[in-house]
Design a protein around this ligand. Structure first.
Ligand code: NAI
Length: 328
């Protein structure tokens, strides 16, 4: 029962090793990301484990299939980086970890909102320099403000529960209305109404062909003046250049991003000794009212433990010829 784990960091190894106590798989850990250059490492591994920044396009899938891979066990919920039609064509099953800890991402999302609103990231640096001035730090009460939640699945609903506790008025937009949210008093509206009436907008829908750049110039034009925009879902939901224009004009007062549309080359590695060649990211980093983190919303010990357990369960079921229920 072999499993090749790509894109391994020390923390992945620690949580997988602990979870494997009950599954007994033979795991090989590879540090490189899965790409067309590294797919060869998976030769003779029927099961391969990959993450959000691995490249699982048609070329890689073809190579994996040639090498005998029959399962791609994603250790993530999102699977927009997988060419699903190629996987189907080559007879490769793709499984994910649909729900590991929606609260981990939801709590992080609200953390970004509160940090940006009260300028905690800037206050931290000021006080370190013996500067106790408050100018530029005025925020607003979340109590009674209107938050628009786009996508009310597992994470969106967990966000709604926290915001509800904070006394926010919540508007939501989803293709399927969620009864838990309705019971909490959430008002489902069309996208344009949500954009026009929200003081804070937060994205929790997956990225699909239909909603690529759902936040573009046109959407920003509809928004309230001084809106706060938060994205902890997928970078491609936002047209970053349009958002930069929104920041420059002052229309967007605060931007919190845990994901960025061109994040892949950067993610999870230290590039501090290299030049930043991404001019769009470079411009974003100049704004004091922009807070960017490197796709870490999921990064709690509870989530990592749950991810490792479900991923190994998916691989074990595959080897036993059973369905895990997490096949896509
Ligand atoms: P989910 O599948 O439970 O919920 C997604 C919701 O979005 C569903 O209710 C669906 O109907 C809705 N939706 C789909 N298309 C839509 C559209 N065009 N407009 C409005 N709503 C739409 O997914 P979950 O678990 O809540 O995760 C949401 C996203 O969060 C994932 O797809 C992933 O991209 C992201 N994520 C980010 C993480 C991070 O570390 N920052 C970690 C885990 C997930």
């Amino acid at each position: 029962m072999k499993l090749a784990v790509f894109n391994t960091h020390s923390y992945d190894k620690a949580f997988f090793a602990e979870a494997n106590g009950q599954f007994g798989l033979s795991i090989s850990y590879f540090e490189p990301r899965l790409t067309s250059e590294t797919a060869k490492l998976a030769e003779n591994y029927p099961a391969v484990c990959a993450f959000v920044n691995d490249v699982i396009d048609r070329e890689v899938i073809e190579q994996l299939a040639k090498g005998g891979t029959r399962l791609i066990a994603l250790r993530s919920a999102g699977y927009n980086n997988v060419d699903m039609s190629a996987a189907k064509q080559y007879g490769i099953t793709v499984a994910n970890v649909p729900a590991y800890s929606p609260e981990s991402v939801a709590e992080y999302t609200v953390g970004l909102m509160l940090t940006l609103n009260r300028k905690i990231h800037r206050a931290y640096n000021r006080v370190k320099e013996n500067n106790f001035a408050l100018n530029g730090f005025i925020g607003f009460d979340f109590h009674n403000c209107t938050v628009g939640v786009i996508g009310t699945g597992r994470i969106g609903t967990a966000v709604v529960k926290i915001l509800n506790g904070m006394g926010c008025k919540i508007l939501a937009h989803d293709i399927i209305e969620n009864n838990t949210c309705i019971d909490l008093g959430v008002n489902y509206v069309g996208l344009s109404k949500l954009l026009a009436e929200s003081d804070v907008i937060t994205l929790h829908c997956p990225m699909t062909e239909d909603n690529y750049h759902i936040i573009d110039e046109q959407a920003i034009n509809i928004m309230k003046e001084r809106v706060m925009l938060i994205n902890t879902s997928r970078g491609g939901l936002i047209d970053t250049e349009a958002v930069i224009e929104g920041l420059k004009s002052g229309k967007i007062s605060n931007l919190g991003l845990d994901v960025y549309e061109n994040e892949k080359p950067m993610l999870y590695d230290d590039h501090s000794n290299e030049l930043l060649l991404d001019d769009v990211l470079g411009r974003l980093l100049t704004f004091p009212n922009v807070l960017i983190t490197g796709h870490q919303g999921f990064f709690t010990k509870d989530a990592l433990s749950s991810i490792a357990n479900t991923t190994l369960f998916n691989a074990k079921c595959f080897y036993e010829g059973k369905a895990s229920g997490n096949e896509l």
